[in-house]
Design a protein around this ligand. Sequence first.
Ligand code: ADP
Ligand code: MG
Length: 555
Amino acid sequence: MGLFGYLLRTSRRPFLLALAASVISGAAGASFIALVNTALGRAGHVPAAVVWAFAGLCVATVVTRFLAQNLLFRLSQGFIYRLRRRLVDGILDTPLRSVEKLGTPRLYSALADDVVVIADALPGLPMVCFSATFAVVCVVYLAVVSPAVALTSLLALGVAVGVYRMFSAYGMRHLGAAREEQDRLFEHFRAVTEGTKELKLDRGRREALAGAALDATATTYRRRSVLGLSVFEGAAGSGQAIFFALIGVLLFVFPAVFALPARTLTDSIMVLLFMVSSLQGVLTWLPVLGRATVALHKIEERLEYLEGAGREKRHDHPAAPADWQQIGFRGVAHAYPGAAGEQFVLGPLDFTFRRGEVLFVVGGNGSGKTTLAKLLTGLYLPEKGAVRLDDREVTDDNRDAYRALFGAVFSDFFLFESLGGLPGADRTAKAEHYLRRLQLDHKVSIVDDRFSTTALSQGQRKRLALLTACLADRSCYLFDEWAADQDPVFKEFFYTELLAELKARNKTVVVISHDDRYFAVADRIVRLDYGQIRADRPGEDRRDRTPEEENSGGR
Ligand SMILES: Nc1ncnc2c1ncn2[C@@H]1O[C@H](COP(=O)(O)OP(=O)(O)O)[C@@H](O)[C@H]1O
Ligand SMILES: [Mg+2]
């Protein structure tokens, strides 16, 4: 079983300990039954040693079983943590483009659901070991009592295992199909949680997307899960039936054929009844273990994808030189695959960002501005060409340090409540200073190194994101359509005060903007059009600023 192998690889010691405890517990439990049988046979003349053995086995069975379960509970908690940690590190160490391609719903369903399914199944593993050992010891005891009964029981066990394997392959296929639906289900959940407003406003879409589409996926998921789990239940039922048949054969056929003494028969049947009840314990775990195996395969597939995409190195390499003078794009290109003939290609671009300049990137929607920003900040690795910091190429070995040059507010920014990780012991004072300047001090304060609230308007949240970027004090800033949600007062503040202030502090500022009123504050304006640089001119040069051009470039 995949789960066994995985645990052996990742948590060898505690898992082996738990298994050992359950094997001892199984052996002790079965020996206990054998001892009870023997004592019954002596009818009153039981030596003291047998009584002591009885007490010892009693305690051993219970204690080792408790130990095995307890170890497994601890193991499963550690296991959830480590698996989640591997996934989280995998996401953060994998190139952004590969994570974007996989999509958040798939990662989320692995992090939130698969991990828990596996952890829930772990306590079933010692049960399986317990019962397997129990069965082995019972068969050995039966061999002593009657070799014919032992052989027949072994045969029944073999048939039961064979039938189970046949059923389980079929059941796993359905559970696997249900798991495929789960990713789609999480996509629907995301649409529902993030599109609540739109769905509330539009009954038709709500019925189509949150009703019919969700129902269809949920129905397939439910149908496949029920089928898969039923197959496992069927396997359990057949296992039980095989053992009942075995008991029937012993009761009605054996006495006639083998002329078994009544005492041997009672002994055998009693042992078999115990064996059936212990196997029943395993059978209830089988569907759970089946689902866990499917979930583990899914997580491994995700991890393989993330690892296959190439881990970005995290080094403690030296910081990039603080006095850098320019960032150069040399034939940098990036393509997004699309349907045939619809591929979008940015570049190849040859271009230089100079230290201390305020550079505007302009162009129509979809012209490649944000993609350019991701390449500039080192979030996308150039598919072709190279980015150079002064005379050094940015490579896997120094990209981490290169990224540390940037402070950025993307248009789909994430606002962290915590200021944790930002530099400076005086960050609270600095943050309060910026809150006043951004006129947010009446709304937000800093409490315990956190913003007291982030439940604000989008424009206000963007101001907080800007504040965070400023606290990081980087040498190059990138603002992707930052001013788009701001009122005229803050547009004015941003373009005239903040940009000038950053420039005075020798920062390079790259501003993606559609605010042509403020183009004059730029040192340089670069216009993108279908992924190509169409113009690169000084900011005060207002020649090609026609509204038509402003709206051209993409779609
Ligand atoms: N995640 C993505 N997957 C596939 N294609 C994308 C993705 N993001 C952007 N694109 C494509 O790249 C083009 C440029 O996008 P982008 O750089 O975001 O433009 P801009 O910021 O100028 O509006 C878009 O027209 C779109 O076709
Ligand atoms: Mg954009």
